[in-house]
Design a binder for this molecule. Structure first.
Ligand code: SAM
Length: 261
């Protein structure tokens, strides 16, 4: 993925310094913004993607829209949990305070935030994201975004983000390290209509979960593996999921695989 790094029109010294340092760290070109539009930078530097360091936090600019950290549905889902309503993902994981979750497909971290809220301060959530830019946005948001209430902010801060390919990373994780191993791979057909999520398709790792990765997940999980897919997806059968949780009318379903050690 070819991209350059720039700032907003009037960056603070700290923002510009952070942008320059990140560009240097990645060996990516830093473009001084001056009065140039982002479209002009795209054209002049022959890139589809720009990582913009703005005062509000990092943002990914693409022709398909902008991608930046926000709570997405995590906000509403956490409100529902607080009001005693259930959440299909939390039910599928049978998540309790103090448990640990390895999210192998972190993305925008919406599911990880809900999991982190449910596991609470004594729990642990680790998120793996293969895309460098998506991992960067998640990491920046989870460490900097301030939620509506302290427990939401605490849920964000508690998530550890690791930029890695799950398939490679899991090989080095000791047996039975996490209660739950979770997968939410890119759907074969895009169902997200939110313009903030469109650029994810350009940047994301779109490979399906391989049988080798699933075998590693079985070794690493203490209790269960949960896979989110479209309702009735052939992926469930291919990977051997036979137990399901999900709303009758929901477009997604959670496949559950209990792990026997
Ligand atoms: C559908 S999104 C996940 C959305 C996420 N559950 C959320 O709530 O925001 C899938 C993400 O997993 C990442 N991904 C796919 N395969 C991966 C792998 N093998 N290792 C790490 N990340 C992966 C993609 O880059 C993408 O960002």
């Amino acid at each position: 993925m070819n991209f350059v790094i720039t700032t907003g029109y009037h960056p603070t010294a700290a923002t510009e310094q952070a942008a320059r340092e990140f560009a240097q760290q990645l060996n990516v070109e830093f473009v001084a913004r001056n009065r140039n539009s982002l479209a002009a930078i795209q054209k002049n530097f022959h890139v589809d993607v720009i990582l913009l360091f703005s005062k509000q936090g990092p943002l990914i600019y693409t022709d398909d829209g902008n991608y930046f950290f926000h709570l997405s549905m995590a906000d509403l889902r956490i409100k529902n949990l607080k009001n005693g309503k259930h959440d299909h993902m939390i039910n599928a994981m049978q998540l309790q305070p103090g448990m640990s979750v390895l999210d192998c497909t972190l993305g925008l971290a919406t599911d990880a935030i809900v999991a982190s809220f449910a596991t609470g301060p004594s729990g642990k959530v680790t998120g793996l994201e293969n895309s460098l830019l998506l991992a960067f946005i998640a990491k920046a948001g989870l460490s900097g975004f301030i939620g509506e209430s302290p427990d939401i902010t605490a849920a964000l801060r508690q998530i550890e983000v690791i930029q890695a390919d799950s398939e490679k990373y899991l090989c080095h994780v000791p047996d039975e390290s996490y209660d739950i191993v979770y997968f939410d791979p890119m759907f074969r057909q895009p169902i997200q209509s939110s313009s903030n999520l469109k650029p994810i398709r350009l940047l994301a790792d779109k490979r399906p979960v391989s049988l080798a990765l699933l075998a590693e997940a079985k070794r690493v999980a203490r209790k269960r593996i949960v896979l989110k897919e479209m309702q009735g997806s052939p992926e469930f059968e291919r990977l051997g999921f036979t137990q399901f949780v999900g709303g009758k009318y929901s477009s997604v379903q959670y496949g559950i695989m209990e792990v026997q050690h």
